[in-house]
Design a protein around this ligand. Structure first.
Ligand SMILES: C[S@@+](CC[C@H](N)C(=O)[O-])C[C@H]1O[C@@H](n2cnc3c(N)ncnc32)[C@H](O)[C@@H]1O
Length: 248
């Protein structure tokens, strides 16, 4: 069980009990009755038991998880950060039954929708974690345990005064490098040009990563399905930028 949240004012900010900004403002939000039912009825199948600290989406000090135990088998591990409604990871889990997939998301209604789809697709190589992704990568997962890390359409935090909330920054590069095995890949996509440039600057400068693409941007990754966020960006005429880096 998660700890009770402190006051649930509409503008409740989950960074209240953290000493640094997080890349999301509110978790939860209202769930529909069918999402509520899915959450109650399916979470024992899909949800990883991540012990939380004082902030409800935090990872408790010293909490660790063993992927072989979580999935009941040893297999390559793909982790998606901010999986939203789970379209990309569910598709991949169906396509690649020999790989384990972990979706990390703080938006409970999105996790519930992912569970509903996973159940109807009878997928058994997908697990979900309701937690702040950097903390999962930094301490919950063992060092070098991730083969691929996906960051697709992270919240852009477009206003200058909000940019400190962007997920992909120098600190995140270090956290991602810790979680990835040598030779593992981080794949990113965004429709915000200046965020794409920030991602590239950060990862170009990160000593543990090297480019896995030639030219200015990576090719669109075949394994990435079109999500509502990508479609919205394209419909507004924004270029979609992909980046891929290899853990040295
Ligand atoms: C713009 S949406 C994109 C969702 C999905 N990747 C897609 O392409 O459809 C960004 C998602 O990241 C989630 N998110 C933001 N910061 C997060 C964090 N620190 N840990 C886990 N999830 C996070 C948000 O809740 C939101 O669902």
């Amino acid at each position: 069980m998660t700890e009770q949240q402190p006051p649930t004012a509409k503008n409740y900010d989950p960074s209240t009990f953290r000493d640094k900004p997080v890349s999301f403002v509110r978790r939860g939000g209202r769930m529909t009755p069918s999402q509520e039912r899915a959450w109650e009825g399916l979470r024992h199948l899909y949800l990883v038991d991540v012990p939380h600290g004082r902030a409800a989406t935090s990872v408790a000090e010293g909490a660790t998880g063993d992927p072989a135990e979580i999935f009941g088998r040893e297999a390559p591990l793909v982790v998606e950060v901010g999986s939203g409604q789970g379209h990309a990871i569910l598709h991949a889990a169906q396509e690649r039954p020999d790989t384990n997939f972990l979706a990390i998301e703080v938006f409970r209604a999105g996790l519930a929708r992912t569970m509903i789809r996973a159940e109807s697709a009878a997928v058994d190589n997908l697990r979900l974690a309701e937690a702040n992704a950097p903390e999962v990568l930094e301490r919950f997962l063992p060092e070098g345990s991730v083969d691929e890390l996906w960051v697709y359409f992270p919240d852009p935090w477009a206003k200058a005064r909000h940019q400190k909330r962007r997920l992909v920054n120098e600190e995140f590069a270090g956290i991602a490098a810790r979680a990835l095995r040598p030779g593992g890949l981080i794949r990113l996509a965004t429709d915000w040009e200046d965020y794409a440039e920030q991602m590239r600057e950060v990862l170009d400068a990160a000593p543990d990563f090297e480019r896995a693409f030639a030219g200015d941007w990576a090719e669109r990754y075949d394994g990435r399905v079109l999500t509502a966020f990508e479609k919205k960006g394209s419909d507004k005429g924004r270029a979609i930028r992909d980046l891929t880096y290899r853990r040295r």
